[in-house]
Design a protein around this ligand. Structure first.
Ligand SMILES: *Cc1c(COP(=O)(O)O)cnc(C)c1O
Length: 369
């Protein structure tokens, strides 16, 4: 098998999704499964769909187009405001897009006219995180303008928190979103199908026992993929945190001094690391680096710890086992490590488990070549 590779256990993703769909459906909240961290990987998308998400969502039209090419015909949301230069592609591949700019929605309207399709729009409202969003005072004016555009259906409003400013979704800002939905509905005599409260960071609010008000939708990525809520990066009970595993191959293994010698300046990536202890340690080098993964987001197996990484090398200290050149080591990933591994052309996605035999020494795998 090729290394490095990212093993994907779609059964665990399906389980995580089904658990969250179940918990939230009792509150009248349906889920769009967000595929962007997995680059629209069709196995991931299909696992989410089997588990009952009402739609798939991605921030990049390329990923949505890739899923369409794989024959996935579920409803798809583009959750980043479309680029003006891509509105024709957006109308062709996505059913709905999240928007904040009237000039973009007008361009979507013209694209819808050209392709003979209806395109749905969710207006994103700024609730304080200061990433995307229409300021609440302007929402009714924008909604009114959107309602006048041919080929466009105003499907709802939404918000996104905890991304740029780290502002927590809570009863205050979620109640504000409910009130804004009601105000748009009352002003224009319409009903909004979706009031989309946010992302995985909304789970604490949603499952905290309060009244969700008008919020009937969340867009969940990290919670499904990594079984983790992103506000405090705590594991969510009942979910698998290990649906993804990075597997890398050892290219050097041996005992070396723990401390560098010679006059020291900056490393290749601009820091001056501290190497703790003295003496000799067993070090292995794996053929994977910062170009492939965020090393700070990797979890080494028990008895191993990550000492550092350069662009193409990951150096690991081994306290118990003495793995050999050619052996493979398996790592857990956080969101940052996952996004980068999925995006690296050197890391191949692979279905989990199929060709690997687990050795009893702490998760190290033997490769079947
Ligand atoms: C990335 C993103 C999400 C999903 O976020 P997670 O924290 O992975 O659940 C939802 N909505 C928008 C607008 C996003 O950009």
């Amino acid at each position: 098998m090729t290394a490095p590779r990212l093993e994907i256990d779609s059964g665990k993703i399906e389980h995580n999704t089904r658990t969250l769909v179940g918990l939230l459906s009792t509150l009248g909240i349906s889920i769009a499964g967000v595929t962007k961290a997995a680059l629209g990987c069709p196995d991931v998308a299909r696992a989410m769909l089997r588990a009952g998400v009402s739609a798939l969502a991605d921030s990049r039209i390329e990923n949505i187009e890739a899923m369409r090419r794989e024959g996935i015909d579920a409803p798809m949301w583009l959750i980043r405001s479309p680029m003006l230069s891509q509105t024709d592609r957006v109308v062709r591949a996505a059913d709905l897009s999240c928007n904040t700019e009237l000039s973009v929605i007008a361009s979507l309207s013209r694209a819808a006219g050209r392709s003979g399709r209806l395109h749905q729009v969710v207006l994103m409202v700024e609730l304080g995180d200061l990433r995307e969003g229409i300021l609440p005072v302007n929402l009714n004016a924008v909604a009114g303008a959107v309602l006048g555009l041919p080929g466009i259906r105003l499907a709802g409003i939404g918000a996104n928190l905890a991304c740029l400013g780290g502002v927590a979704p809570d009863r205050n800002n979620m109640d504000e979103l409910s009130t804004l939905a009601e105000s748009v509905e009352a002003s224009f005599g319409i009903e909004l199908e979706w009031v989309s409260g946010g992302n995985s960071a909304n789970l604490e609010w949603a499952l905290g026992g309060g009244d969700p008000g008008r919020i009937n939708h969340l867009r969940l990525g990290e919670a499904i993929l990594l079984g983790c809520e992103p506000m405090h990066r705590r594991p969510i009970p009942e979910l698998y945190p290990d649906a993804f595993t990075l597997v890398a191959e050892i290219i050097e293994s041996g005992s070396k001094p723990a401390q560098p010698w010679g006059k020291r300046a900056q490393t290749a990536f601009g820091n001056t690391p501290d190497f703790g202890e003295a003496g000799e340690i067993w070090r292995v080098i794996l053929a994977v680096g910062r170009q492939d993964v965020d090393p700070a987001g990797l979890q080494a197996p028990p008895g191993m710890s990550i000492l550092g990484a350069s662009g193409d090398h990951l150096v690991v200290q081994c306290d118990g086992a003495r793995p050999a050149v050619g052996d493979e080591i398996r790592f857990g990933l956080d969101y940052s490590a996952l996004v980068r591994a999925m995006s690296s052309p050197f890391v191949r996605p692979a279905p989990a488990g199929s060709m690997l035999l687990l050795k009893p020494d702490g998760g190290k795998s033997a490769t079947v070549r």
